[in-house]
Ligand binder design. Structure first.
Ligand code: GDP
Ligand code: MG
Length: 437
């Protein structure tokens, strides 16, 4: 699979002292082959390897990591960027929000419609209504009804009608009456793209004005997935893609190409037949998954973030002399921030990733502290004891934070400094330990 191939490609670089133009070019040729084998389209693969090559050559090799690992890191970052960089959420502000589901037969539209309703109900506190818009197969309507019962979400259907537009509108009217704030319209597919199908779904779009149009595609269809995505996007201008059937031994090609070919984000993935087998799409996780080297990637990342020995020694000296100041404090904060999203780091640990995905960790926890320190003059940062009441007021105003917040930070900083001083003196530390109960 792709991971194995990339692994082999990177082996070319392992054990080499520096990244040279020749071994980068060789490795990238292998990477490109691996991507093409995984059904990534040629343009995407070429552009991708060119970017990685350029970055690798422009970067100094870190002393603490091998070039191979650095290449993996660059590749991982670029893969993430290629797949959109960040998670794209659904637009759910409208009441009701109308979501149209499109795609070929068997892509997983009906299953996904159920999963999405379940997700919005249980995770987002929404009150969804499902509309059975596949009028050609009575079995499809029955299928959606069964799913609706399973997840306890109402399903609007009309077995006697062959008019998807009429059904969609009647469903929307019912949703408004019953206070459903999200409407998910399941539609019919075809075995292949054809004009009649495209006309029909375009007409449903025109008559319902959906806020989201999600294009559902079977990730096992490889290069075809990209062509289908293009055809649907040309006609519907969809707002996001859904990759289904990513649970098996699936190639990653579709995920890589879709974003770059149609420039639309992937918003969800399907990872099984059950109603809870749905996940928001995380480009970084997908990149790690494709690379299959999560542990190596995090290792490289941490190596890059470690403060260098010299800086740490200097800090020690300052602490001993009680010269640790707000500038040092700020640079420590930045180091911590560079360690990145704590959640992402945790996600690298096998088994933890899934458990962490719903936990919210505030990335902006340091914003207030930073703002306050940035409002100090350099003199104040170096000599915090100068900061009297009028200075405190000025800093509070300048940083847009409460005076109490400024006071708290100064107090905490003073306490911290005392502690540091104490622990940096072995005799004092020993005495403190002895005095502990
Ligand atoms: P539709 O024709 O687009 O509505 O496709 P369906 O929702 O009926 O799904 C077609 C088949 O794919 C069904 O057997 C589903 O159970 C299966 N399926 C859908 N999504 C997934 C998925 O994420 N993983 C797996 N393994 N099977 C899926
Ligand atoms: Mg269906």
């Amino acid at each position: 699979n792709l991971s194995d191939k990339l692994d082999r490609a990177f082996k070319v670089l392992k054990g080499q002292g520096s990244i040279t133009e020749i071994n980068v070019a060789e490795t990238m040729k292998e990477v490109r082959k691996a991507l093409l084998d995984a059904d990534v389209n040629y343009k995407t693969a070429k552009a991708f390897t060119d970017t990685v090559k350029e970055k690798a050559l422009g970067m100094n090799v870190l002393t603490s990591v091998s070039p191979g690992q650095l290449m993996i890191k660059i590749t991982n970052d670029e893969l993430t960027a290629l797949m959109g960089g960040q998670t794209e959420e659904l637009e759910l502000k409208q009441n009701p929000t109308i979501i149209l589901i499109a795609g070929l037969n068997g892509a997983g539209k009906t299953t996904f419609s159920g999963k999405l309703a379940n997700y919005l109900k249980t995770k987002k506190g929404k009150k969804p209504l499902l509309i059975a818009g596949d009028v050609y197969r009575p079995a499809a309507i029955e299928q959606l009804k069964v799913l609706g019962e399973q997840i306890d979400v109402p399903v609007f259907a009309d077995l006697n009608s062959k008019d998807p537009i009429g059904i969609a509108q009647a469903g929307i009217a019912q949703a408004k009456q019953n206070g459903n704030n999200v409407i998910i319209i399941d539609t019919a597919g075809r075995l292949a793209i054809d004009e009649q199908m495209m006309n029909e779904i375009a007409a449903v779009k025109a008559s319902t004005n959906p806020h989201e149009i999600l294009f559902v595609v079977d990730s096992m269809t490889g290069q075809d997935a990209v062509n289908t995505a293009k055809a649907f996007n040309n006609r519907l201008d969809f707002t996001g893609a859904v990759l289904t059937k990513l649970d098996g031994d699936t190639r990653g090609g579709a995920a890589l190409s879709i974003k770059s070919v149609v420039n639309k984000p992937i918003k969800f993935i399907g990872t099984g037949e059950k109603m809870d087998a749905i996940d928001v799409f995380y480009p970084d996780r997908m990149a790690s998954r494709i690379l299959g080297m999560g542990d190596v990637v995090s290792l490289v990342e941490r190596a890059q973030m470690q403060f260098d020995e010299k800086e740490a020694a200097e800090l020690q000296k300052k602490i001993r002399k009680n010269k640790f100041d707000f500038n040092d404090f700020l640079s420590q904060l930045n180091q911590i921030k560079k360690m990145g999203n704590i959640k992402d780091l945790m996600g690298m640990i096998p088994g933890v990733g899934k458990a962490m995905k719903d936990v919210d960790i505030d990335d902006n926890a340091f914003k207030g502290i930073e703002a306050i320190i940035q409002s100090m003059t350099n003199q104040e940062r170096e000599n915090p004891e100068l900061i009297n009441t009028s200075r405190r007021n000025r800093i509070a105003k300048g940083s847009g934070r409460d005076l109490t917040e400024v006071n708290r930070l100064l107090k905490q900083f003073e306490d911290m400094r005392k502690m540091m001083k104490m622990f940096s003196n072995p005799a004092t530390a020993a005495k403190m330990m002895r005095n502990m109960p």
